[in-house]
Design a protein around this ligand. Structure first.
Ligand code: ZN
Length: 299
C-alpha cells in the first residue's frame, strides 16, 4: 500500500485548494480504491491493468474494460461534477449540523431533488459499521419523533415514529451513541438494537419500562432506574433534545427509512466529533466501499 495524500482538517480554504478540479477528486478516489484493494477487473476478474482513457481509470489487459474510480461506489452515475460531490460531502461531514437539501441546492445551484438524492447516498455511507458495540456504561431510552409526546401513558405509538437510543457514559461526559427507528417499545423490537450496538458485558441502565425487563436475561449487568422525568438520565435527555432540535430544523415529515438516514447522519458526526480532522476522509472511504444504490425505493 502506497502512502496516499490524505486530506485532513475542516478548513474550507485548504479544501478548496486541494479539490479545485474534478481531476483532483478522481485522483483521490483512485488512491483510496486501488491502494486499499488490489485491482481486479469487475467484468472478468483479471488483475493486470494499464491506464485507461477515463480520468485515473484502470483498463483491464484482458477484456479491455475501462473502470473509473467511481465505478461500483456511491459516486457512480452522479448527476453533477465530481468536484461538487466532494464539496457536498465536505459540508455535510464537517459542518456541525450538516446541511439540508434546500441549503445545498442554494449553495451549489443544483435542483433540490438532486441534492436530496445525493444526500441520501451520503447517509447510507454514514451508517455505522456495527463492528464496535458499546462496552462500559450505557444509558438507553426511547423517544418519539413527529408529534406531541405528552399524555400518552403506556407508550402507545399513534402515528408517530419511535426511536431507541443508546448513549455511552464516559468519565467526564458522553461517548458514542447510536439510534434506530423501531416499530414499538417491546422487548422484541429492542433486542436487535441491543445485539447490534451494545456489548453483552456493558453496564446498561434503562428506565423502569417493562419492555426492557426480558433483556436482563442476555445482559446480566443491566439495571433499571426511575427516570424522574429525565433527571436520572441527564446526558441521555440532552442528547435526545439535540436530535429532536436538529430534526425539527431540517425536515418535517418523512418515512421511517428516511428518518433512519437522518439518525445515521447525526450519529456519524456525533461519534467523530473528537476526530473532525479525518471525518471527511472517513466519509469518502465509506462512500467508495459502499455498494451503489438505486433511489426508486426511497420516499
Ligand atoms: Zn477484464
Amino acid at each position: 500500500m502506497n502512502e496516499r495524500n490524505q486530506f485532513s482538517g475542516v478548513n474550507s480554504i485548504k479544501f478548496n485548494r486541494a479539490f479545485s478540479t474534478d481531476e483532483d477528486c478522481f485522483r483521490y478516489l483512485a488512491d483510496i480504491k486501488w491502494n486499499e484493494t488490489e485491482f481486479q477487473c469487475k467484468k472478468c476478474g483479471y488483475t493486470k491493468y494499464c491506464h485507461g482513457v477515463k480520468p485515473f481509470s484502470r483498463r483491464c489487459m484482458k477484456c479491455k474494460y475501462d473502470e473509473s474510480p467511481t465505478a461500483g461506489t456511491l459516486f457512480d452515475k452522479c448527476k453533477f461534477p465530481l468536484q461538487l460531490a466532494f464539496h457536498i460531502a465536505f459540508k455535510i461531514s464537517t459542518k456541525k449540523k450538516g446541511m439540508s437539501s434546500l441549503e445545498l441546492s442554494r449553495e451549489f445551484e443544483l435542483r433540490q431533488k438532486t441534492c436530496w438524492e445525493f444526500k441520501w447516498k451520503i447517509q447510507q455511507a454514514m451508517q455505522s459499521s456495527k463492528l464496535h458495540p458499546i462496552n462500559g456504561i450505557v444509558h438507553v431510552d426511547e423517544f418519539y419523533i413527529g408529534g406531541p409526546e405528552e399524555g400518552k401513558p403506556g407508550r402507545s405509538k399513534g402515528n408517530k415514529k419511535l426511536v431507541v437510543v443508546a448513549l455511552e457514559i464516559v468519565e467526564g461526559g458522553v461517548g458514542r451513541a447510536y439510534a434506530q427507528v423501531i416499530s414499538d417499545a417491546s422487548n422484541t423490537s429492542f433486542k436487535p438494537f441491543f445485539e447490534t450496538y451494545i456489548s453483552k458485558d456493558a453496564k446498561i441502565v434503562t428506565d423502569v419500562w417493562k419492555g426492557y425487563i426480558p433483556l436482563k436475561k442476555d445482559y446480566p449487568n443491566m439495571e433499571q432506574m426511575k427516570s424522574e422525568k429525565g433527571k436520572n438520565f441527564p446526558d441521555l435527555h440532552f442528547h435526545i433534545m439535540n436530535i429532536k432540535g436538529w430534526l425539527r430544523g431540517i425536515h418535517q415529515h418523512c418515512t421511517e427509512e428516511r428518518l433512519q438516514g437522518y439518525l445515521d447522519e447525526f450519529h456519524f458526526r456525533h461519534n467523530r466529533r473528537s476526530n473532525m480532522g479525518t471525518i471527511f476522509d472517513v466519509l469518502i472511504r465509506k462512500m467508495i466501499f459502499s455498494k451503489p444504490i438505486r433511489l426508486q425505493s426511497v420516499n
